[in-house]
Design a protein around this ligand. Structure first.
Ligand code: MTE
Length: 319
């Protein structure tokens, strides 16, 4: 039985919001005072990395089918306000996350597939079609961002894996290395971070495997070199720094579900009418803008996803 320590995203919004405002303000002050406005949008410079061997692939062409009705979250705001519990329970993990070595990096594809394999991230990038999509991202902590993600349709991954007919679910697992990830030494959490989806969800047009953001390879704090984004679901479904993808006939039990089954379920679709035990989901803070807006069911993507859940009224579809 795990002892559950207070999670970072359990901090009340009244505490979380000033942190983001503080970080923003600090970034703005440093940027404006020291190096001018242009540099304020270059957080990569603050977290020097070895050159990413995939850098030449970016920027990738934008797919105009994925449009936004909101301004993009400035990169500097997004890059300094992250959930990545392997590197700490605050939002301020960007510097610590630079310890993750993202090359060499392989991803194991196993379980109920035609042939199990391990593929290097750069080999994977050669066989998928990269594009940019502008997406909303809604965290269950009731904040949201809008991000220009680069990556490839998740259905390309399913096609590559060739799942057997009995496979229904995909279990997605991150890296495990407590030497560089201090959070993984906190033994009360059920490491490694895992989440998943159905194969039907993965084949949905919106489901996206993310390899870059803001026209560059993904920064470590965003989950380099590969993460998920399913914009109609809460952000905790978006496993970062993926190491293993397993096709299975069993519904995966996620990290948060294992940690606190009374608060987190498998589907976790966004719904303003269903409150999380500790946060109302009715509205969200738009990060970087300091305003709250009403949250939309399915995070505004119902037209593309609601049909998948028809006839599943008995399921806990939200949270
Ligand atoms: N993936 C891993 N490996 N570890 C994490 O702690 N946090 C999740 C998700 N993916 C998490 C993770 C949560 S709670 C959220 S809200 C999003 O990542 C945050 O993504 P962002 O930092 O890019 O906004």
């Amino acid at each position: 039985m795990h002892v559950i320590a207070r999670k970072g995203w359990e901090i009340p919004e009244s505490l979380a919001t000033p942190e983001s405002v503080f970080l923003n303000r600090r970034a703005l002050l440093t940027g404006a005072g020291a190096i001018g406005a242009g540099a304020m949008l270059a957080p990569g410079a603050a977290f020097a990395q070895k050159a990413d061997p995939s850098a030449h692939l970016y920027p990738v062409p934008r797919n105009e089918n994925f449009k936004l009705d909101r301004a993009l979250t400035p990169e500097d705001v997004n890059a300094r306000y992250n959930n990545f519990y392997e590197f700490g329970t605050t939002k301020n993990i960007a510097a610590a996350a630079q310890r993750l070595q993202i090359r060499p990096w392989t991803i194991k594809i196993d379980g109920l597939v035609e042939k199990e394999r391990e593929i290097g991230i750069d080999d994977l990038l050669k066989v998928v079609q990269l594009e940019e999509r502008l997406y909303r991202m809604r965290c269950v902590e009731a904040w949201s961002m809008t991000v220009p993600w680069s990556g490839f349709a998740m259905k390309q991954l399913v096609d590559l894996a060739k799942p057997a007919s009995g496979a229904k679910f995909i279990r997605i697992e991150t890296f495990m290395d407590p030497k560089i990830a201090p959070g993984q030494r906190q033994v009360w959490y059920p490491w490694p971070y895992v989440d998943g989806c159905t194969i039907e969800e993965a084949r949905n047009d919106l489901a996206f495997m993310v390899t870059g953001a803001y026209g560059k390879p993904l920064g470590n704090q965003f989950g380099a070199p590969l993460r998920v984004h399913m914009p109609w679901k809460y952000g905790f479904k978006a496993v970062k720094s993926i190491r293993r993808i397993t096709f299975t006939n069993e519904r995966p039990v996620s990290f948060w579900e294992k940690a606190q089954a009374s608060e987190y379920g498998f589907w976790a679709n966004v719904n303003p009418a269903i409150a999380h035990p500790r946060w109302s989901q009715a509205t969200e803070e738009v990060l970087g803008e300091g305003r709250r807006v009403p949250t939309l069911i399915w995070n505004g993507y119902g037209e593309f996803v609601a049909d998948m859940y028809k006839g599943m009224e008995g399921e806990k579809l939200f949270i």
